[in-house]
Design a protein around this ligand. Structure first.
Ligand code: SF4
Length: 283
């Protein structure tokens, strides 16, 4: 059996930066009180468990974080309103929002200050989407497909601004952008908010899907960018299996394939990808 591993598999810059910041806080112990994260630091249960062992507490709601403690804001960012209320309550905020998410927020803020309506291509309930929406000065519309976007009857007397969640599929975003630009007399500004790390992983997954019979996609089940990699592989006609850890590999079933590919989401630790590789190579 031959085996191909994606070069881009594993942590992206934003995730690495956020984890470094958290490690730094744990190590220096500069702040009194407990260290909190508002939501899981990244969408990977194995990493979250590791930090729980180091005493990091995951708060599901901002009200669970007591005054005087420290909270690390994860790579997805938080809404402007939540950030304001945390600082009002005397909580020390360490902002580990990915610089690319921050850039997207500021682009949205700048381009909607004239009350342009924000059209956002993303998953409505994703934390990053909530963060991006909070920077829009005017009304917002969220949709997760070209078809849903087409259902909106846009008013040509208003101005619009199109942006995307950083991890969305660039090809679909381009189709949405083209479709909106073709609508008559629509005043539309398109913002380049999709992250290159996502694009690179998606393009490599496509190439691997083309030259293998089966692709293993490693990463948290709650990680949308990992799920999307599996969808992209399947869309190219290659079967895929999304797993979180090496223990889930159906090794015996995999023996029937000639060439197996391995890729991983932007929030999957290298040691998990290495372990999966070791197990596949044992075949
Ligand atoms: S995928 Fe891109 S935007 Fe998201 S955390 Fe990674 S580097 Fe940042």
């Amino acid at each position: 059996m031959e085996f191909v591993r994606a070069k881009s598999a594993g942590f992206c810059m934003g995730v690495s930066l956020a984890l470094h910041k958290l490690d730094d806080i744990i190590e220096k112990k500069d702040f009194p009180g407990d260290i909190y994260i508002l939501g899981a630091i990244i969408h990977n249960p194995q990493v979250v468990e590791e930090y729980a062992g180091k005493g990091v507490i995951v708060a599901d709601h901002p009200e669970e974080i007591p005054s005087g403690s420290v909270v690390v804001i994860r790579a997805h960012g938080i809404t402007k309103q939540v950030q304001y209320s945390l600082s009002q309550r005397g909580i020390n905020i360490i902002d580990a929002t990915c610089p690319k998410v921050k850039d997207a927020c500021l682009l949205i803020e700048k381009n909607t200050e004239d009350e342009r309506v924000l059209l956002l291509f993303g998953e409505e309930f994703h934390p990053e989407v909530k963060c991006l929406l909070s920077y829009a000065a005017g009304n917002t519309i969220v949709f997760d497909s070209l078809e849903k976007c087409q259902e909106y009857d846009l008013d040509p007397s208003l101005k619009y601004c199109l942006a995307a969640q950083t991890t969305q599929d660039k090809l679909i975003f381009d189709l949405i952008s083209r479709n909106l630009s073709e609508r008559k007399n629509l005043d539309l500004v398109v913002l380049p908010t999709i992250c290159n790390a996502t694009k690179i992983r998606q393009e490599e997954a496509t190439r691997i899907a083309d030259k293998t019979d089966f692709v293993i996609v490693a990463g948290g089940y709650n990680s949308s960018n990992t799920r999307r990699l599996a969808q992209i592989v399947e869309a190219h006609g290659t079967k895929s299996l999304h797993i979180e850890t090496a223990e889930e590999l159906p090794l015996e079933d995999l023996r029937k394939f000639q060439k197996i590919g391995l890729t991983a989401g932007a929030s999957t630790p290298k040691k998990i990808v290495d372990e999966i590789q070791k197990n596949l190579e044992s075949l």
